[in-house]
Write a protein that binds this ligand. Structure first.
Ligand code: COA
Ligand code: AMP
Length: 631
């Protein structure tokens, strides 16, 4: 069947479609039906009993794939390479789970994982899944404060961390960050497990911290604990409009059914294939396509500790694809732009044999046509932009390579996947004609594997996603659908920006800036950046009478954002202005400021209080050199 038939089959009988997909999963007790009209937005396979770790690991050993590599760790930073078979993975995960169980971790307990790109991060996730414990992975580029916020929100019984992460030319000292976060948080975990890396052995706190190896020494391995289909598998925090991140929940059964379906139908991956998502376990791409998706499919996943460039050169993608015979490669457009900038002719990557490669998938931000075409021309394989979010856990729209390769339209992530009835709405919530820009929304219910709610925040969930357009899930993206049903995602409708494929909240940065004693008012916007897509730019209005120069205050707030949010915010630029442009009701006109900074045409907002301020903004940007940087 082609895409049209499969999409129509889902639309005609969603229940039957997902029950059929569920047949590829090993159930302890199969679901009696797919959809349950319960919870804030519906739930899937709620009455089943299942274990995600069993499906991702053990069942492949039972099926005779025990000697196949499950994980390949390749770190051009440490110059090391390691393979772990499915049998080894099962034994390692069962042992770690046994040790966690012996310390009292069980079904429903939360465990925070704060680790870099090492296989132990996946093992920690899987050990939690094995026990029915709910993991919450925190990205290593966040600072102690962000970790503390997450500790207080999900109140973990334990934290599993590494002694350090490795960025090119810099050791990221995880342990002091962890200690500071625990000190700052009101909630205290009962214990921590620290994976000591050879690059840095961290000091442990007696009675609280255990070293990874001694923690597991001599323990009985744990079996998989069956959990209900709607048992939360994990919590993953993502940026919202405020400094308080949203704890996206993933229910167990829907998650594994949907991911398993995507591996074959979207990515064209079967058992035994090698799949590489060059992301980080701290992001949703890492959860879905470094850890669970490829393992559910019985494929080999690559855990890559490196960067597209500089580790050691822009050929690293080629080396990994060649050496590990990668069939499908998934990265962010920004990573491709980084390679292209250093090696426009793609000589480094093309120096390697890429004959195993069948397709390149891009996501995380809009894939600009130049980037897509550059990859197509140089790697000579289909390049597939696909659109999704932390909230959905898998692609809302894609070109379903595993089903058929549809016509590529540059600038479009193609068509909706089964499960998603995507509509573009006007402000009143009415669908708009093809080609008309509007808010992109998905008709409820969302498919399996998407968020059923936010962790302990049903009301926030309803308000953030279900209220503006009753009957729909609001994606927060703006775009349009063309006459052929292809979707185009153009911008966010909220204060979320996308920096190097990382989703960040300008609201969170504003909270940091406004806590500086000299700052009276501030605004952070995302301005266009040729490499990272967007970078944050902070506008500062200073309190009357304070004596501090623009460079000095700039340096101070940049450091504050780095300390409070983390280096990943990539917050480097500030401008001091006398006042901010606002509507008559006092709303800061961030979108207009962004247009000015990007040198784009804009319509004077009808509700602007004082249009003259826009000229002041333009002048301040010129003076500070920020318009030149983006022109
Ligand atoms: N742990 C600690 N620090 C981290 C980190 C991590 N896991 N990841 C990034 N950082 C730090 C970087 O070291 C950098 O610090 P610096 O200010 O001291 O230099 C800062 O955060 C900003 O990082 P980044 O925005 O990634 O910029 P970069 O210049 O280091 O690299 C790219 C630019 C484009 C090469 C890189 O961002 C990239 O590969 N992006 C792909 C993103 C991706 O895969 N997203 C997932 C969605 S698919
Ligand atoms: P995240 O939750 O970090 O995955 O970020 C999700 C957001 O990134 C989406 O809401 C979009 O704004 C943006 N995004 C991700 N993938 C794409 C894509 N292929 N095209 C356009 N925007 C994208």
């Amino acid at each position: 069947m082609g895409y049209q038939d499969i999409y129509a089959a889902w639309k005609n009988d969603p229940e039957g479609f997902w029950m059929k997909a569920a047949q590829d999963i090993d159930w302890v007790k199969p679901p009696s039906r797919a959809y349950f009209d319960q919870g804030p937005a519906g739930e899937w396979f709620a009455d089943a009993l299942v274990n995600a770790c069993w499906n991702a690991v053990d069942r492949h050993v039972e099926a005779g794939r025990g000697d196949q590599l499950a994980i390949i760790h390749d770190s051009p930073i440490t110059h090391s390479y390691r393979g772990i078979t499915y049998r080894e993975l099962r034994d390692r995960v069962a042992r770690l789970a046994g040790a966690l169980r012996d310390k009292g971790v069980g079904k429903g307990d939360r465990v925070i994982i704060y680790m870099p790109m090492v296989p132990e991060a996946l093992e920690a996730m899987l050990a939690c899944s094995r026990l029915g414990a709910i993991h919450s992975v925190v990205f290593g580029g966040f600072a102690a404060h962000e970790l503390a916020v997450r500790i207080d929100d999900c109140t973990p019984k334990a934290i599993i961390a590494a002694s350090c992460g490795l960025e090119p030319g810099r050791v990221v000292h995880y342990k002091p960050l962890l200690d500071r976060a625990i000190e700052e948080a009101t909630h205290k975990p009962e214990f921590c497990v620290i994976f000591q890396r050879e690059q840095e052995v961290a000091e442990l706190i007696e009675g609280r911290d255990y070293a990874w190896h001694s923690f597991q020494y001599g323990v009985e391995p744990a079996d998989c604990v069956p959990v209900e289909g709607n048992h939360p598998h994990y919590i993953l925090y993502t940026s919202g409009t405020t400094g308080q991140p949203k704890g996206v929940i993933r229910h167990t059964a829907g998650h594994i059914v949907a991911l398993n379906w995507t591996m074959k139908n979207i990515y064209g991956i079967n058992a035994g294939d090698v799949f590489w998502a060059a992301s980080d376990v701290g992001w949703v791409v890492g959860h879905s396509y470094i850890c669970y998706g490829p393992l559910l499919a019985g494929a080999t996943t690559i855990v890559f500790e490196g960067k597209p460039v500089g580790t050691p050169d822009p050929g690293i993608f080629g080396r990994i694809i060649q050496n590990h015979k990668v069939k499908v490669f998934f990265t962010a457009p920004t990573a491709i732009r980084a390679v292209k900038r250093e090696d426009p002719a793609c000589l480094y990557i093309r120096d390697y044999s890429l004959k195993s490669l069948r397709a390149v998938f891009l996501a995380g931000e809009r894939a600009d046509p130049d980037t897509v075409q550059w990859v197509e021309q140089n790697l000579n394989v289909p390049v597939i932009d696909h659109w999704w979010q932390t909230e959905t856990g898998w692609a809302i729209a894609a070109n379903p390579f595993g089903i058929e390769s549809l016509l590529v339209k540059y600038g479009s992530p193609s068509v909706p996947m089964p499960g998603y009835d995507v509509q573009v709405l006007d402000e009143a919530g009415h669908p708009v004609p093809p080609g008309t820009l509007g808010a992109v929304a998905v008709k409820l219910p969302l498919p399996p594997g998407t968020l059923p709610t936010l962790w302990k925040a049903d009301e926030r969930f309803r308000k953030s996603y279900l209220t503006n357009f009753p009957g729909y899930y609001e994606t927060g993206d703006a775009g349009y659908i063309d006459e052929d049903g292809y979707l185009y995602i153009m911008a966010r409708t909220d204060d979320v920006i996308n920096v190097a494929g990382h989703r960040l909240s300008t609201g969170a940065m504003e909270e940091v800036l406004s806590s500086h004693p000299a700052v009276a008012e501030c605004a952070v916007i995302g301005v266009a950046d040729p490499l990272k897509g967007q970078t944050p730019l902070g506008f500062l209005c200073l309190k009357k009478g304070v004596e501090i120069g623009p460079e000095q205050i700039g340096r101070e707030v940049v450091q504050m954002v780095r300390d409070r949010i983390g280096p990943v915010a990539a917050f480097r630029n500030t401008v001091v202005v006398d006042r901010l442009p606002k509507t008559r009701s006092g709303k800061i006109l961030r979108a207009t400021m962004a247009k000015i900074a990007d040198g784009e045409e804009f319509k004077m907002p009808a509700t602007i209080d004082d249009p003259a301020i826009l000229d002041e903004i333009r002048e301040a940007l010129h003076k500070a050199g920020h318009m030149a940087a983006t022109a």
